[in-house]
Ligand binder design. Structure first.
Ligand code: M6P
Ligand code: ZN
Length: 188
């Protein structure tokens, strides 16, 4: 069999973009409108349909031998009081872990398990967070500039959005008096 050849991707620290860009995923509000709590605020913003985040994925085979890696640029903003966030997911192969490395901006990494545990980690440039096996993960931009982080995870992990699309996370990250706070998600 042919050897898979080593290669490099350049990450621009100023913008977070990869070169080559790889597989690019863009998510606007319309792609995740049911995931925000304040549905009246969603309706008001949908005309404008803001870009919430972009993921640049280095393309490697989706097998356990490989390591998927990507950069996410999560833009600043809110839907009502709730900060812009990623959809969040469990891994399809549930016990696959992940590493998040914050390069720019600031945010929160929200995590939860199927048996009801919840955890959050504040991310600033230099924070290297370990998403342990079996924990769902979502990021939130709590700052006023793009929150940029690099992620790496086993090639066969996959993404399972199912549980999260319907119930969300146990906590919402909202602005209260200029501060980011976690409150119970009434829909959870
Ligand atoms: C990180 C990684 C990716 C993920 C992306 C966006 O970069 O965890 O695998 O796709 O965040 O998150 P989501 O897929 O939950 O929208
Ligand atoms: Zn993941």
């Amino acid at each position: 069999t042919e050897k898979f050849m080593p290669f490099v991707t350049e990450l621009d620290f100023a913008t977070g973009k990869l070169n080559p860009e790889g597989h690019v995923i863009t998510r606007n509000l319309s792609h995740m409108k049911d995931m925000y709590y304040d549905q009246e605020a969603v309706r008001q913003l949908l005309g404008q349909n803001p870009l919430i985040y972009v993921v640049y994925n280095v393309v490697v085979p989706e097998t356990a031998a490989h390591i998927q890696h990507c950069v996410t640029i999560l833009y600043p903003g809110k839907v009502g009081n709730e900060y812009f966030m990623t959809k969040g997911h469990y891994h399809e192969v549930l016990d696959r872990a992940e590493i998040y490395f914050c390069l720019k901006g600031k945010g929160q990494l929200l995590m939860q398990t199927q048996d009801g545990a919840f955890a959050s980690i504040d991310m600033v440039p230099g924070s290297v967070a370990y998403v342990a096996p079996e924990w769902a993960h979502r990021t939130v931009n709590t700052g006023d500039e793009p929150f940029v982080f690099f992620a790496a995870y086993p090639g066969d992990a996959g993404h399972n959005y199912g549980d999260i699309e319907t119930e969300g996370f146990a906590k919402l990250s909202v602005e209260q008096n200029g501060e980011a706070v976690l409150v119970d998600n009434p829909r959870y």
